[in-house]
Design a protein around this ligand. Structure first.
Ligand code: NOJ
Ligand code: CA
Length: 680
């Protein structure tokens, strides 16, 4: 038995929290370092806490629900049994940062029931891994809780120690497209997950969720004294409505001594269900080019007319460019009817099967396949999502017929302005990008796309919670402030942004950041705050199985050396390792190409020049490698002409060698390591 509140408080009968707490269940990680304890206090309130090496990481944090259609489910609980099991398996990713994933955890299922009233019940399921925990509510079918209208989940995360937080705001108009703030934890407001934290004793934590299915996305809001509380994204009219039985997404806390440990963790993927689609070998990880950067530079337009980008002639040019350089995909935006006028406001006018008059869809698809290239489809909904759902099956069928096997989707509108209408044509309801209805929408898209063997890259998406394991045709998404901000003449992404992404947004899953802008210049001559070498490093550091070669062909022609790396770099991997990194400061990641012995390294820097010592201990023993090093040249910097100072060199390296990589402010380095034939 433990006393939760100070003794002075416990002596006063009316003191809130006068309650003796009893630990009723616990579980350990396989290595014994992480421990979860579940307590019930004298009021029958349930809390969990997490310790690592015996030291508290998460203090007593409440669990429960507030319902619109019933009393809150919070007090008067008692334990009604528990069960434990251990799992240690391996599974294979069809594509990913690594081929094999070990899933190793101890699970605790603790059953709780109200002592009186309606005797409502739920299970708490905890999975404790060596690198963190996941827990979820599992609510069985029961007479007094048939439909749960969940206004809020009372899940808390009370950090045991002061921490620094890297966060973007939640429930704001521009969805996930914000720069990251770095503040003390006590200064966060309402924030999105993944939320990255570093405690004052150096522990790195990421709070997120896994398997967001038929539920509202979870945000976090500050409570008192290091406490974060779940805040479910609103819905029309209730954040979540579920019929019992149901399970919530997993609430996750990844824990690591190093920042890189967060990146290497497989916890989110492991908490998702296995592949439901079966054979997905029809999806090919690949690089793609397209009619895109020119649109954001305002040199071409989505709308038909004199500036129209999606013309047959222009697309032919991109197909030829892709074929000549070994890129599989050609994305064309503005190919379909509905873009004319103010397309932001015109979602109900989009037609996803009708090309514009100057775009020969079928002829181009044929021309592309003849050259070993595939068009990539584009479905911008401008948030008229029900309108899109009515057309998507026919649209995917059309693409399938034409050999178009990947589609970029888009949901451009302010958060909370998604438009939903039932099949009978009732009133149009507004939903949030991260709400329960959109969690369902994205799965409807994936299932329809999979029926036609199409892979999906969603922009303005719902956040990634690892569902690519279950639906491996959900290959990438945006969901952060990407390269496009560097085109628009708004403040460009500062040097630390991409470094911060590695330790925040990327913990959720792949991102279509659209790297490779070797011209380093946006609209009106706005400088991109990056060196040339850093544009190459982005391909390795920001993982996605589809990577855009985003600049204009004529710009690549001006930088043939840098372009060579973009042609050579792999997009699918057998292994990935973080060689060095601190959140928002610098990172170096090494990845081995899928099915090949070649390694690639990408290093990114914030605005302070530094030298990284990188140990090549991951290379095969007794094997010389040719290291092709693309790095910042002497005097390179993220401002002015110094952005373009660049050097390419070749060295012979072996396992255990230490490379000294100088990174300019806003700089980076990209390496390709190819085994050399051994001496006879
Ligand atoms: C926003 C996307 O992020 C961008 O890549 C796309 O070009 C526009 N929407 C138009 O769909
Ligand atoms: Ca966007």
């Amino acid at each position: 038995m433990r006393i939760l509140k100070p003794l002075a408080c416990a002596l006063l009968l009316a003191c809130p929290g006068l309650a003796l707490a009893e630990t009723v269940a616990q579980a350990h990680s396989p290595d014994g370092r992480i421990e979860v304890q579940l307590d019930l206090n004298g009021e029958g309130r349930l809390a969990y806490r997490v310790l690592r090496d015996g030291k508290p990481v998460i203090r007593d944090s409440r669990l429960g629900f507030i319902f619109r259609n019933g009393r809150q489910l919070l007090r008067g609980l008692q334990l009604d049994g528990q069960a434990a099991r251990s799992v240690d398996t391996r599974w294979e990713q069809p594509w990913g940062e690594r081929r094999h994933v070990r899933d190793h955890y101890n699970e605790l299922r603790a059953r709780f029931v109200e002592k009186d009233h309606d005797r409502r019940r739920f299970d708490m399921v905890f999975r404790v891994f060596d690198d963190g925990i996941g827990f979820r509510y599992d609510v069985p079918a029961q007479p007094k809780l048939q439909e749960a209208q969940i206004v809020q989940e009372l899940t808390e995360f009370a950090l045991a120690r002061p921490a620094t937080a890297w966060w973007i705001p939640a429930l704001e108009w521009n969805r996930e497209e914000y720069l990251y703030h770095r503040t003390p934890l006590r200064e966060v407001g309402v924030v999105q997950t993944p939320l990255t934290l570093r405690s004052d004793d150096g522990l790195h934590l990421s709070i997120h969720e896994a398997a967001l299915v038929d539920y509202a996305g979870m945000n976090l809001m500050r409570g008192g004294d290091g406490e974060l509380r779940a805040l479910l994204t609103p819905g029309s009219p209730t954040p979540v409505v579920r019929t019992t039985p149901f399970i919530t997404p997993w609430r996750t806390i990844t824990i690591s001594d190093s920042a890189g440990g967060l990146v290497e963790s497989n916890l989110i993927l492991n908490l998702n269900e296995p592949n439901k689609l079966g054979d997905v070998s029809w999806f090919t990880p690949a690089k793609y080019v397209g009619v895109w950067w020119s649109l954001h530079l305002d040199q071409e337009s989505w709308a038909a007319g004199p500036k129209h980008g999606a013309t047959t002639a222009n697309t032919n040019r991109y197909i030829d460019f892709a074929a000549a350089n070994g890129f599989r995909g050609v994305l064309v935006e503005g190919w379909n009817q509905g873009w004319d006028g103010d397309w932001f406001a015109n979602g109900w006018g989009f037609d996803f099967s009708k090309p514009t008059a100057d775009y020969d869809l079928a002829g181009l698809a044929r021309y592309a396949t003849g050259k070993g290239v595939h068009l990539i489809g584009h479905h911008e909904t401008a948030c008229a999502v029900s309108h899109y759902e009515r057309q998507m099956d026919a649209a995917f069928a059309l693409f399938e017929k034409l050999g178009i096997d990947a589609v970029k989707t888009g949901y451009v509108c302010d958060a909370g302005q998604i438009e939903r209408q039932d099949a009978a044509g009732g009133p149009v309801l507004r939903e949030w990008h991260e709400g329960q209805w959109m969690s369902g929408h994205h799965l409807r898209v994936l299932e329809a796309a999979a029926r036609h063997r199409v892979a999906i890259n969603s922009h303005e998406p719902i956040k990634d919670t690892g569902l690519r394991r279950t639906y491996p045709n959900w290959v990438s998404r945006e969901g952060a402030r990407g390269m496009e901000f560097n085109a628009w003449g708004v403040p460009p992404n500062p040097p630390e942004h991409a470094v911060t992404l590695v330790f925040t947004r990327m913990l959720a899953g792949p991102m279509d950041y659209t790297p490779g802008i070797v011209s380093l210049t946006g609209r009106g001559g706005q400088e991109i705050q990056s060196t040339l070498a850093r544009q190459l490093a982005l391909y390795v550091a920001l993982y996605s199985p589809i990577q855009m070669v985003a600049d204009l062909p004529e710009h690549y022609a001006q930088h043939p050396d840098a372009f060579q790396f973009i042609k050579d770099v792999a997009v699918d991997w057998d292994e990935s390792k973080v060689l060095a990194g601190e959140v928002g400061e610098y990172v170096a990641i090494a990845r081995r190409a899928r099915g090949k012995p070649d390694w690639f390294i990408g290093a990114l820097n914030d605005r302070s020049p530094r030298t990284l010592q990188v140990t090549l201990d991951f290379l095969a023993p007794d094997q010389p490698y040719r290291a092709e090093i693309y790095r910042d040249g002497h005097g390179a910097d993220w401002k002015g002409e110094a952005r373009f100072r660049f050097a390419r060199e070749v060295r012979l390296v072996r396992q255990g060698d230490v490379l000294s990589l100088w990174l300019a402010g806003g700089g980076g380095a990209a390496l390709r390591l190819v085994p050399l034939e051994k001496e006879p």
